[in-house]
Ligand binder design. Structure first.
Ligand SMILES: Nc1ncnc2c1ncn2[C@@H]1O[C@H](COP(=O)(O)OP(=O)(O)OP(=O)(O)O)[C@@H](O)[C@H]1O
Ligand SMILES: [Mg+2]
Length: 385
């Protein structure tokens, strides 16, 4: 018998070590909301680069909310209109135990919703239209009320990839939330989101008044959290890490959660998927090295392939400069264009999660090692051209 890998490269993490502060913050928000039976006015938005663990964090928060007796809805923005997705998920989510009730409530509001598989009229998502805002507000109120009637302590909406939401949808959501804040009592409802680093810019573009949204960075794991992320899943299966092997992998993973999983998984397989009582050793780490290198190379290549030719030139120029973060002006100079000409490529590369703002006028790559990859790979590209 051999045990399958407990590591989760590219999948939701089973556990999220190192994120206790974020989890506590949301747990407190929900506790106050349900005790006072009122809207959690503050909207938390957890922001960070691709692969840092935002979705895993949100899913853990959802599990904890459900355990605490809340109803929950989870939406990933970017597939169709945000408002339609929200309404559809609400129809399938906390209210699914009483579909007739939701159907009746929504019909009262003049919306056609076939539940289950709630289908919202196409016109519903046409904004800016004050009726869209009012209807979204009504659906949110109805959801919260139904959940209370079903003896849930509150309702929590989770939105992942918030930065991918359509402008009208983000606007409608911000307006609807503002309206709910005007009469918060008896409405135990909370909104918790996650998105890429520039989510605040996107939301502010859509609704400049959305100051109730509080942005919290999700960053690299500390060394202690990385150790825990590697050792706990093995321990749970009765397998131990040799100290020196663990330290080496902790160094290699650089606190980047996706790397933690790729490395852990590779070492586990190199050790022959050990049985209880087994050990992960430095020899296994050595053996895993080539496989890890290939996995990371594949990741970098797929990210590179997402960039258009002009974005690839942008990335190459960025990789050409030394240091962790790069001045926008230096990229423009390397490309021989004025700084303002970079705007579109810059935004598009942020939307694709390849680069992020690293301070005023500064940009950096989001994945460790991407610069090194580009220096080899992009050079070849230039030699061709
Ligand atoms: N706290 C954590 N400790 C260790 N590994 C983690 C942690 N959180 C997430 N991971 C792992 O990191 C990888 C990325 O996780 P996740 O998909 O949640 O990130 P993300 O920020 O949502 O990425 P994306 O922006 O691509 O959607 C996954 O392999 C996941 O198992
Ligand atoms: Mg995600």
């Amino acid at each position: 018998m051999s045990q399958p890998s407990p590591y989760t490269p590219g999948e939701i993490a089973h556990d999220v070590p190192g994120r206790a502060d974020h989890l506590d913050r949301v747990a407190d928000l929900l506790a106050v909301m349900s005790t006072r039976r009122r809207l959690a006015g503050r909207v938390h938005v957890f922001v960070g680069p691709r692969g840092v663990g935002k979705t895993s964090l949100l899913r853990e928060m959802q599990r904890q909310a459900e355990d605490a007796g809340h109803a929950s809805v989870f939406v990933t923005a970017g597939h169709g209109g945000l408002v339609a997705s929200l309404v559809e998920s609400i129809g399938l989510g906390p209210l699914k135990w009483r579909p007739e009730a939701l159907g009746a409530r929504l019909r009262e509001m003049g919306m056609s919703v076939g539940v289950p598989g709630a289908r919202v009229e196409a016109t519903f998502d046409r904004a800016p239209d004050p009726t869209v805002v009012r209807r979204l507000e009504t659906v949110l109120r109805a959801a919260a009320a139904e959940a209370v009637e079903d003896s849930r302590v509150g309702t929590v909406l989770f939105i992942d990839e918030l930065q991918a939401g359509d402008r009208d949808g983000l606007r409608a959501l911000a307006y609807a939330w503002q309206h709910l804040q005007a009469t918060p009592d008896g409405l135990p409802l909370a909104l918790v989101c996650a998105g890429l680093g520039h989510t605040e810019d996107v939301v502010t573009d859509a609704a400049s008044f959305a100051e109730r949204f509080a942005y919290r960075p999700v960053g690299a794991l500390t060394e202690a959290a990385t150790r825990e992320a590697l050792s706990a899943p093995a321990t749970a299966l009765g397998v131990g890490w040799d100290m020196d092997a663990l330290s080496e992998v902790v160094d290699n993973a650089q606190g980047y959660p996706y790397f933690v999983q790729v490395h852990g998984d590779a070492v586990w397989r190199a050790a022959g998927r050990p049985d209880p009582g087994g050990r992960l050793t430095r020899a296994h780490v050595q053996q895993a090295r080539d496989g890890v290198h290939d996995d990371l190379e594949a990741l970098y290549r797929s990210r590179w392939a997402k960039a258009s030719p002009s974005e690839q030139r942008f990335l190459s120029a960025m990789a050409g400069s030394d240091g962790g973060s790069v001045r926008r002006g230096d990229i423009a100079a390397a490309l021989g264009v004025p700084t303002e000409a970079l705007g579109m490529a810059r935004r598009s590369l942020m939307d694709k999660g390849l680069i992020e703002v690293a301070g005023h006028g500064l940009l950096s790559f989001t994945v460790p090692g991407f610069r090194g990859f580009l220096r080899e790979y992009a050079d070849l590209g230039e030699a061709d051209g």
